[in-house]
Structures are given as C-alpha cells and as structure tokens.
Design a protein around this ligand. Sequence first.
Ligand SMILES: Cc1cc2nc3c(=O)[nH]c(=O)nc-3n(C[C@H](O)[C@H](O)[C@H](O)COP(=O)(O)O)c2cc1C
Length: 296
Amino acid sequence: MTTENSSFYSDEELFHAMQVRKSTRTYNGVELKPEHLRLIQNYLKDETQMKGPFGDTFRIEFMNDVDIDEQIATYGYIKEFNAVLMAISTPEPSALFEMAYVLHGLVLQLTEAGVQTVWLGGAFNHKDAINISDMNENEIIAAVIPMGYESSKKRLLFDYIAPVILGAKHRKRVDDVYFSNDFQTPFTDNSSKYYEALDVARRAPSAKNKQSWRVVVDEENKSLHLYAFFSLRDEVGTGRKQYACPPEYLDLGAYFRTLELALIHKGLEGKVIIQNLSIEIPQELDIEYIASWIQN
Ligand SMILES: Cc1cc2nc3c(=O)[nH]c(=O)nc-3n(C[C@H](O)[C@H](O)[C@H](O)COP(=O)(O)O)c2cc1C
C-alpha cells in the first residue's frame, strides 16, 4: 500500500496486478470482506482516483448483497457473486473511454487485494440492471463488473471451454497491434524505451478478447497514438447478449489505464491529449483515433 494514501496500492503493486489479473466467472458466494468493501468505497469517493484524462462525466454505482436470480441475470455465465459495479454514462466515446479507465484502476486495486472480477459488456440482462440502478434518460449501462472470490469448483463450459474459445490467455503479437509512425510499418523495435510497457499492456481485458487497441509509436515526438479497431459493431443493440455501446471504447479505457501504469513503472510519465494527426488510416479497416499520450 502507498504511504501517501494508506488505503490504495501503489503503481508498483498495480504493475503486478495487471500481470496476474484474469476474468473469473464462477465465484464462491462469500460476501466481500469489510476491508474490500472499504477499498471500493474509498476509491469511489476519491476525486483523484475517479478522474480520467478528459473530465467527462460518468457514474459508477456499487451494489452489495445483490440477488443474482432476482436482480441481475447473467444468462448463467457468471455464478455466485454478491457484489457488482455498474458503469453508467452517456454513450459518448470519450465518456466511455474515461469511465473504463477509472473503473479498471479499481479492478487492478481489487486484483491486488485478492478480489476477483469480470468485465461484462454483453452477458448480463440490461433490463434487470436498469431496474436496479438510478439511471437518467440519456444514460446507458455500458458494463457491469461482478466481484467476489473465485470458487474452487469450476464449471466445464464457463471456466474451461469459454476461455479456450476466447483464447483468453492469448494476446496478439506486438507487431500485430503496434506500429511505427504509420499503419504500414509494424512496430518491432524491442530496444525502444516504450517496448516493455507496450508489451505488458497487451494483458488488458477486452470484449471477446478482441484486443481492439492499436498504437502508433512516434519515437521522435515521444508520443503514443491510441486507436480503436472495431469488430463488434454488429453486436451493439438492445437485445439479449448485445452490447449497449461499442465495447471497443471500454477496451481502450481499460487498456490505456494498464499502459499508463506500465509506463510509470518504467519511469515514463506523460499527459493525454487529442491531436489533429495526419496518420493515414487504411480504408478497409474500421479504426478510430482516440487520443495520444505524450511523454513529459
Ligand atoms: C468491455 C469488456 C466487455 C466484456 N464483456 C464480457 C461478457 O459480456 N462476457 C464475458 O464472459 N466476458 C466479457 N469480457 C471479458 C473478456 O472476455 C476477457 O477480458 C478476455 O477474454 C480476456 O481474458 P482475461 O480477462 O481472463 O485476460 C469483457 C471484457 C471487456 C473489457
């Protein structure tokens, strides 16, 4: 834990968390311990933790003592959790990105504390979630995050087969998702000061493990340009198992939180801005610029 704020784990500890975090789908039904409840409550009321790079507005609702059968169905995907975080925002890309950035900071704190989590964008009943939340008309529930302690009893389909189908342990190669200066040149320079952080950040979670992050590395201007690669737009809607928003914006927020912590771990601090870039995006690809990280 940090000395400045005794209730949170340090960047160094979170660097460990990002490497060991994995999604948990079968919990043991045990209620969250008081120290873990405190961690969540302290995080949610800490202005520094709740602030993202853009200052957009979003809300994170925490619910304890949730009755899964009555209050929030997950179509059998997720079992025996009692607590859930709900990610509520307007559907603007920057708000979604920022909300996921903030929420993933909490996921990593929880991981380090020994609490397991799973991001859910589609596999929960949106109507249920809307009924138990305090929503405004212009808002959506972009995701929910069940939390708890992993059960020692695993389920064949959800704990073994589903992660294999998703390739949950696998990540695309560095030179598949990262580029040097333009989208034509794969990034391969493992002597780059950014390499290790970029490499580790690939561990971030993403919807269907699509790893929608693409980064163009500009060494000369000490910049990393973040882009989202979309492949799940067909699954956005109001139906069963659909996403309330393109989940890629959430992927990018969780990814950027991970990348930023990994950069800090390497002694690299920077700021996030939105620029007018002249990097050409290949026409056949559904890619959108999100923001740039510029080293201080
Ligand atoms: C925005 C987002 C939405 C997700 N939605 C779901 C979901 O609806 N159902 C599910 O089982 N997992 C969901 N996941 C978890 C991913 O499947 C998981 O992160 C990915 O397979 C990588 O596995 P790992 O988290 O164990 O590293 C989601 C993850 C993210 C970031």
